[in-house]
Design a binder for this molecule. Structure first.
Ligand code: AMP
Ligand code: MG
Length: 344
């Protein structure tokens, strides 16, 4: 299959490529598109065969449910049973990087929800994503537009690398602003359970929800046969082909460890900007300032992809803090590292 590539700027919402891409979606095809979090691989959410094609193109197990994308929070009514808590979250955070799990209506096929009676709803803020959903005139079911197991795509180039030849079209709108996938919450009475941390932090959620709890799978290794609340959490994710090891400890000790490692091993180091001048390794990848978690989120997946392309035996990175946006970085990195943490 040849894949059409539409390269357009994020503001160019009236570009004819949008209606062409929407036409492809309406005809049951697949289109990858940018959002403010990462790129999504979209198909018509109401079409069971589109969901099957998505799983096939990604090489993704079909029990891993898709998120459906709508333009306005109230568009969820067509696909899900909403409630007050949903609208409180919507008022505070939509459009934006938040996904809410709701009981599904019959308009959403089980192929889209991975067999679940619930559906994940998100209302993205990216202008091209919004224009595409609007033009397609249906909700767009979309997981991240990467091959299953590789890091989520935070720019069009990543999507082209992974999915060219496997899908109908790619809208390349450059880099995604956030770079990590959306925050996912499940609502339980007056409580919000955080299933996947993202740019909407637990603290931000607690301004709107009475109680916020973090699902164990966010920070911990699942026991064998344990069923997580969010099926995607059970898969080894974002995994570089080269082993990744996370370092935890005082900054001074971490630096000492890295200095020795760079002399003794063929390693790649994902370092803070501040460390660039302090390390001498040939394979240093700057992930942003230690204090700037948003910058780190923005570069993390591109850094993991780059690290994987370098000729080395091992990749080292810092174990992020678990506060604020740090929790999202922590969650992605421990999964990429298969929970390999060295205390120094
Ligand atoms: P991705 O689109 O690649 O970011 O993956 C979507 C994530 O949303 C998966 O990890 C799923 O586990 C999660 N998800 C989607 N639908 C549901 C649902 N109904 N219940 C719980 N988690 C969901
Ligand atoms: Mg994904």
């Amino acid at each position: 299959m040849t894949t059409k590539i539409f390269k357009i700027t994020p503001e160019d919402t009236s570009n004819p490529a949008i209606s062409e891409a929407a036409e492809i979606l309406r005809a049951g095809g697949l289109v990858a598109f940018p959002t403010e979090t990462v790129y999504g691989l979209g198909g018509d959410a109401a079409d069971p065969s589109a969901a099957k094609k998505i799983y096939e193109a990604k090489g993704r197990p079909s029990d891993n449910p898709l998120i459906i994308h709508v333009v306005r929070p109230e568009d969820a009514e067509r696909y899900a049973y909403t409630n007050d808590a949903y609208y409180r979250l919507a008022e505070a955070f939509m459009p934006g990087p938040l996904t809410v799990i709701l009981p599904k209506k019959d308009t959403v096929p089980y192929e889209t929800t991975g067999g679940l009676d619930t559906v994940a709803v998100r209302c993205p803020s990216h202008p091209l994503a919004r224009a595409l959903i609007h033009a397609a005139d249906t909700a767009i079911a979309a997981p991240s537009a990467n091959l299953s197991g590789s890091p989520s795509p935070s720019c069009g180039t990543h999507v082209i690398r992974d999915l060219w030849g496997r899908i109908d079209a790619i809208i390349d709108g450059g880099e995604c602003e956030i770079g990590l996938e959306s925050t996912i919450v499940q609502l339980k009475d007056r409580e919000a359970v955080l299933l996947r941390p993202g740019a909407i932090t637990a603290d931000a959620l607690s301004c709107v929800c009475e109680k916020v709890t973090v699902a164990p799978a966010v920070t911990e290794l699942l026991k064998e046969n344990e069923r997580p609340l969010s099926p995607g959490m059970k898969y080894r994710h974002y995994a570089p082909k080269i082993p990744l090891v996370l370092l935890e400890g005082e900054e001074e000790n971490v630096l000492h460890f890295l200095r020795r490692a760079q002399n003794a091993e063929k390693c790649t180091i994902l370092c803070y900007y501040e460390e660039l001048a302090l390390l001498r390794n040939e394979r240093l990848i700057d992930i942003g300032s230690e204090k700037d978690l948003a910058a780190q989120a923005h570069t993390l997946f591109a850094a993991l992809r780059r690290a994987d392309e370098l000729d080395c035996d091992i990749i080292y990175a810092h174990l992020p803090p678990t506060e604020g946006l740090g929790l999202a970085l922590y969650n992605r990195l421990i999964r990429a590292a298969a929970h390999t943490i060295v205390h120094v």
